[in-house]
Unconditional design. Structure first.
Length: 142
């Protein structure tokens, strides 16, 4: 299996980290919900430009009802996540908020076992345990 996924996941991690730093600075003296709205508009414009540049637009009629349902649910979950993340960043330290947000790694694994039937190895469970411990250590530092 190709490790190309790791390249893209690493890029995602770098930009997710920058998101927290940029957002923390950008949220000063601003309502976090409105800031999320501005961020969403920027993302939409960037995606329109990217899809146009790469020619990756697809005919809407080829999208199945199942695709629509789960993409809409994913969009709702993303929106709620972003609203909560920006509110947390506005109220707390980025170095504490981001690790708690990344507890989603643990939850993804649990949900993947429950809903997708994925079976992590012992090594993967150990990693999830370490992530959980790390989140607790970083989030509740004194």
């Amino acid at each position: 299996m190709s490790n190309e996924w790791f390249y893209w996941a690493s890029i995602s991690a770098v930009f997710a980290a920058l998101t927290a730093i940029f957002a923390k600075v950008g949220l000063q003296n601003m309502n976090s919900d409105f800031a999320t709205f501005i961020r969403t508009i920027v993302i939409i414009i960037a995606l329109i430009a990217f899809l146009t540049y790469t020619g990756k637009w697809q005919p809407v009629q080829h999208i199945t009802a199942k695709n629509w349902l789960f993409l809409i649910l994913s969009g709702i979950a993303t929106g709620i996540s972003w609203l909560a993340y920006f509110k947390a960043l506005q109220m707390g330290n980025a170095s504490q908020v981001a690790p708690v947000d990344k507890f989603s790694l643990v939850l993804v694994t649990l949900f993947a076992v429950i809903f997708l039937g994925e079976l992590p190895s012992g090594q993967e469970w150990a990693g999830i345990g370490l992530i959980s411990a790390g989140v607790l250590l970083l989030a509740f530092k004194r």
